[in-house]
Ligand binder design. Structure first.
Ligand SMILES: Nc1ncnc2c1ncn2[C@@H]1O[C@H](COP(=O)(O)OP(=O)(O)OP(=O)(O)O)[C@@H](O)[C@H]1O
Length: 296
């Protein structure tokens, strides 16, 4: 449905996105994650033809460019602040965009907005505005929905409702590209993860594969922590260290054993442990910095 191929995005003279390529198929829920300033919003804006870029973006085989937006009429979006007219009511805002009044009513009740939907939007709280923005993005049976930090300002109940809506729409074929800093929340909805850092996509994997490939680290405990630190650093092996216990990548364990034994450092423990989604992301970002960053 969406094909992004070798896309480079520029703001002024500065390249913000470098050689991005990925696909989104109907029903996919893609979590777009990365540190502050990584390029998530810029990538989303690029897909929407809102930035200068080179490379190719195709939506249902139709090209999107900065000046060609025809393919985007089946795309719902919520990027940065919801596009809401403050002096109209929530209902009037929805009606501006809706092709079908029933669609409006259904979203108002699904998102629990009945009690305030006839009030002017200027009096809405952050979360109320956010729900209205999400409702606008979901109007008109979109094929693709792009949501930048959709859980911003939402309370627990609203978060659950939005999560459920995303699943319902995806089950009917709507694809989602969602960025969020709340990884635990994103983890509950996404079935594919794209990790971006400094404008480069460094991971693009189905979530099950991602967790299977990266979920294990090894716990390392030796009889000489300081010498272990020195040796790992000298050999450019990434590690984290907390209270004398190291965590290291499974791919390095044979090399580590060789290095330590050659220097008469003895293992007290070297065992596999599972890491959380958050820990995996931090490790991947650290590794991508070139193996010369260590967290101790
Ligand atoms: N209008 C702009 N002018 C100049 N630089 C910009 C502009 N918009 C974004 N950038 C730069 O592009 C890079 C990516 O920004 P972007 O907002 O896409 O990151 P992000 O991953 O969405 O970050 P965050 O998680 O903080 O929202 C940053 O270095 C930012 O400074």
């Amino acid at each position: 449905m969406l094909v992004v191929q070798n896309v480079n995005t520029y703001i002024g003279q500065k390249r913000i996105i470098t050689d991005a390529s990925f696909k989104i198929n109907p029903g996919n829920i893609i979590g777009l994650i990365g540190p502050n300033g990584a390029g998530k919003t810029t990538l989303m804006k690029t897909i929407l033809g809102l930035t200068k870029f080179n490379g190719q973006i195709l939506l249902n085989q139709t090209t999107v460019t900065e000046n060609q937006h025809a393919a985007l009429d089946k795309v719902g979006t919520l990027i940065e602040h919801p596009a809401i007219y403050p002096f109209l009511t929530g209902q009037q805002n929805l009606e501006l965009y809706a092709h079908d009044p029933d669609d409006c009513q259904s979203l108002i009740s699904k998102l629990n907005m009945n009690t305030y939907i006839h009030d002017k939007a200027k009096g809405y709280s952050l979360g109320m505005k956010q729900k209205l923005g999400i409702a606008i993005a979901l109007l008109n049976k979109p094929q693709l929905v792009i949501l930048d930090e959709p859980m911003n300002g939402l309370d627990v109940e609203a978060t659950i409702i939005v999560r459920r809506l995303i699943h319902q729409y995806a089950a009917k074929g709507t694809a989602f590209l969602i960025s969020s800093h709340i990884l635990s929340e994103l983890q509950k909805v996404m079935n594919q993860v794209i990790l971006i850092n400094h404008g480069h996509i460094i991971i693009n994997q189905p979530i099950a594969e991602f967790e299977q490939l990266h979920h294990q680290v090894y716990k390392l405990h030796t009889n000489n922590s300081q010498l272990t630190v020195d040796l790992l650093k000298n050999h450019h092996i990434h590690y984290t260290l907390d209270g004398g216990i190291f965590q290291v990548n499974p791919k390095n364990i044979f090399e580590i054993q060789d290095i330590l034994s050659s220097q008469h450092v003895y293992l007290k423990e070297l065992t596999p442990i599972s890491s959380s989604f958050e820990q995996i992301v931090v490790q991947l970002l650290n590794q991508q910095r070139g193996g010369d960053h260590y967290d101790d």
